[in-house]
Design a protein around this ligand. Sequence first.
Ligand SMILES: NC(=O)c1ccc[n+]([C@@H]2O[C@H](COP(=O)([O-])OP(=O)(O)OC[C@H]3O[C@@H](n4cnc5c(N)ncnc54)[C@H](OP(=O)(O)O)[C@@H]3O)[C@@H](O)[C@H]2O)c1
Length: 151
Amino acid sequence: MPKDVILIAAVTIDGLIARHHREVTTWSKDLPLFKEQTLGFHVIMGSNTHDTLSAELEDRHTIVVHRNDDPESILDAIPGDRCYIIGGGKTYARFAPFLTHLYITPHPLIFGKGVPLFDGGVPDLELVFQQMVSVDEKGGIFQYQYKVKKS
Ligand SMILES: NC(=O)c1ccc[n+]([C@@H]2O[C@H](COP(=O)([O-])OP(=O)(O)OC[C@H]3O[C@@H](n4cnc5c(N)ncnc54)[C@H](OP(=O)(O)O)[C@@H]3O)[C@@H](O)[C@H]2O)c1
């Protein structure tokens, strides 16, 4: 399993990642940063998220997971030190027990209803702030990087 298993997500102020399960994400301002950070690495996504993409992600090793896949076995098969869990909500929840870091970019939006960051049960995790990366300083959009505290 890679040393670093990183959840990366754009979220609204009410903790949602999409208005519905098939939303094409057009509101996120962090796509250039997302590309820079994930380039060359394995990225894991759920089938709903894959269905929303208009094209495959360039220069990344994409793994699309389905309900019968075992998250731990998928991670164990990934070579290298780092991989990213890129959504959506069901996939973030399924991989939550294995996360070492979370890169979260809150956006100044409220959807009211939609897909939560974790769509499913997750363990109780304590996070340690590591650094903040500017996405759109004037718009007040920053990516917050956290490390999962080992229990
Ligand atoms: N804001 C962001 O940063 C961000 C990032 C990524 C995605 N998104 C958004 O998130 C949304 C998709 O999220 P999502 O949670 O719907 O889907 P998802 O995590 O992308 O894909 C659904 C996953 O859950 C599995 N699944 C479905 N029903 C299940 C069940 N009953 N038990 C266990 N597993 C089950 C699916 O497997 P099967 O293939 O077998 O059905 C698939 O692996 C889209 O709108 C997308 O745009 C936002």
